[in-house]
Design a protein around this ligand. Sequence first.
Ligand SMILES: Cc1cc2nc3c(=O)[nH]c(=O)nc-3n(C[C@H](O)[C@H](O)[C@H](O)COP(=O)(O)O)c2cc1C
Length: 242
Amino acid sequence: MNKQLTFLMCSPRGDKSASHSIGSYLVSLFEEKEIIVKTFGVYKTLKNQEKTEEMIKSIDDSDIVLISSPLYIDQAPYMTIKLMDIISEVFQQGKLSNKTRHLFAISNAGFLEYYHNSLVLKIYEQFAKKNDLIWAGGLPIGAAGTYATYPIPEFLKMMEQLPEDDYRQEIYNKPTKILDSVIRSSVKHLSKGEIVPKDDLQKLEFIPMPLESYVKGANSTWPEAAKQFGAEDKLRDKPYER
Ligand SMILES: Cc1cc2nc3c(=O)[nH]c(=O)nc-3n(C[C@H](O)[C@H](O)[C@H](O)COP(=O)(O)O)c2cc1C
């Protein structure tokens, strides 16, 4: 019988989010391995009792539960916490059948540094342990917004066109290739009912670009935005000091 996976997509930004983009990429790889996937957009699901019950039933039938969530203020967003509360309650009430289920998580941070996700991944691990789920590990994604704009396979194809000495090879192509290989290895292990080895996940523990480039890139949008309001010479104003 085919294995089943429940994909819990926890971003309010829906299809435009990194949580959706990266999570869906894993889903497509699981589907290649003939794993049946049921997807739930958590924001819509939890507002609807029938959908919530459908989600619980799907978790009950699943071998793998995949959470993909944004990072908000170094934490899981309110709806992701509410989701964990609802799932914990049904586990604690003994409403789910006895079955081996793995939990795998993707945490998507806006900042460059992967380690902003460390605390929340520990929380997902505790959530698994408290609820008879086997903690299979998690992906600590930094600069996740990149993948909200471009899905990983599309992004890698774009990077293939770049000359070898283009600076983007180092700060985008190389990190994305590492992420892709960790994702593929994670899917391979999870599909076989295994946890993902820590050594594999630790390959994501690097900072993809110098902080100055990130700040420069982020700041470069301000003058353009200010221009629309004729305020490009006012960006350094400090009206509160007057
Ligand atoms: C309310 C709020 C709080 C955030 N807090 C953090 C944070 O503490 N650290 C961080 O790296 N990014 C933070 N971000 C950025 C998001 O984690 C980032 O944009 C991420 O890619 C969002 O995931 P999504 O595209 O799946 O919604 C925050 C964003 C919002 C809206």
